[in-house]
Design a binder for this molecule. Structure first.
Ligand SMILES: [Zn+2]
Length: 319
């Protein structure tokens, strides 16, 4: 896939294309950014261009055609086997990297979730990063830079992938045929992740109604349902983050209505939003937004999702 398939992300793409043009590629890159913002797509485009021998894949040569189906013999991909990337996976990769490339001028390996290398695997990989075989191109991807060993980080060229602007996501969804209202809603709930926006469907709508109901009824007088709700919301980090993004848009809508506007994002829920907005003060909504933002920061710093949600719901109930 050529670089034109990457949505947004002009800055890291420019850096990579300049490296391809000058022939001065690093042996190892570390792509950092939230899930679904284009790190994987960019990595594949970069490898394709390197195999093709240009600053972008031509899409027509044998190398590009093999990359289109991910069948190129010099492309290797690694991801956690269970919770972690294990040392055996790194050893297999090392055995592969010392061999000459089969068809291309380099052997490329894309390592997903580089923050989930277990310690022995990270140390083994470090040896490869310290003395990379001449023809190796390693691209590590992570959503959690703090989880990547400092020694590993320091041997890679770091490229940051920013969350995508809502407008960019909205435009892309319209380009691929979504109706404009649905595209606007999905983009506003996606938290900068095109991947999340593309997954947003009917389930997203049902989730919003439940969360709005929670905002309307939550109370410290009924603590047990509160913890059940936290447990449901915090199945994993990504889901918890998605729920927080939805809560943030609902609260923002409530604040707008309380301020006299009805230009809300969750337009389909307007009557319910108005009812909830009328039952609470603007001050309370503002405080709740602060709590949701704090929970988002905690999750992005790797806090435990369940504990973060427990604490958040207690704070929301107290206001
Ligand atoms: Zn090509």
């Amino acid at each position: 896939m050529p670089f034109s398939r990457v949505i947004g992300q002009e800055t890291p793409v420019d850096v990579l294309r300049r490296a391809l043009r000058s022939g001065k590629m690093a042996h190892a890159y570390l792509f950092e950014g939230i899930a679904g913002c284009g790190k994987g797509t960019t990595a594949l485009a970069f490898v394709e261009a390197a195999f093709c021998g240009r600053d972008d894949g031509c899409g027509a040569c044998p190398a590009c055609r093999k990359m289109a189906t991910l069948q190129h013999p010099d492309l290797h991909r690694l991801e956690p086997d269970g919770a972690f990337i294990k040392i055996d996976q790194i050893r297999d990769l090392q055995r592969e990297l010392v061999l000459r490339p089969v068809e291309a001028s380099v052997k490329a390996c894309i390592i997903r979730d580089a923050d989930r290398l277990n310690p022995s695997a990270a140390n083994a990989l470090l040896k490869t990063l310290e003395e990379p075989p001449g023809n190796a191109l390693l691209i590590l991807l992570t959503t959690n830079l703090d989880g990547v060993l400092q020694t590993v980080r320091s041997r890679c060229q770091l490229l940051r992938f920013a969350p995508l602007p809502e407008q960019v996501i909205e435009n892309h969804l319209i380009t691929i045929g979504q109706d404009p209202a649905a595209a606007r809603l999905a983009a506003s709930l996606a938290g900068g992740s095109l991947g999340t926006a593309l997954e947003e469907g009917d389930e997203g709508a049902a989730g919003r109604v439940d969360l709005l109901e929670l905002l309307r009824t939550i109370s410290l007088n009924y603590v047990a349902p509160l913890f059940t709700a936290a447990e449901d919301m915090a199945a994993d980090r990504e889901q918890a983050m998605e729920k927080l993004n939805v809560l943030a848009t609902l609260l923002r809508d409530l604040l707008l209505i309380q301020g006299g506007s009805n230009d809300v994002v969750n337009r389909d829920l307007l009557p319910r939003l108005e009812e909830t907005a009328a039952s609470q003060t603007q001050e309370k909504t503002l405080e709740r937004i602060g709590h949701v933002m704090e929970a988002r920061r905690a999750l992005s710093r790797n806090a435990n999702p369940r504990l973060t949600l427990d604490l958040l719901l207690m704070r929301l109930a107290a206001h």
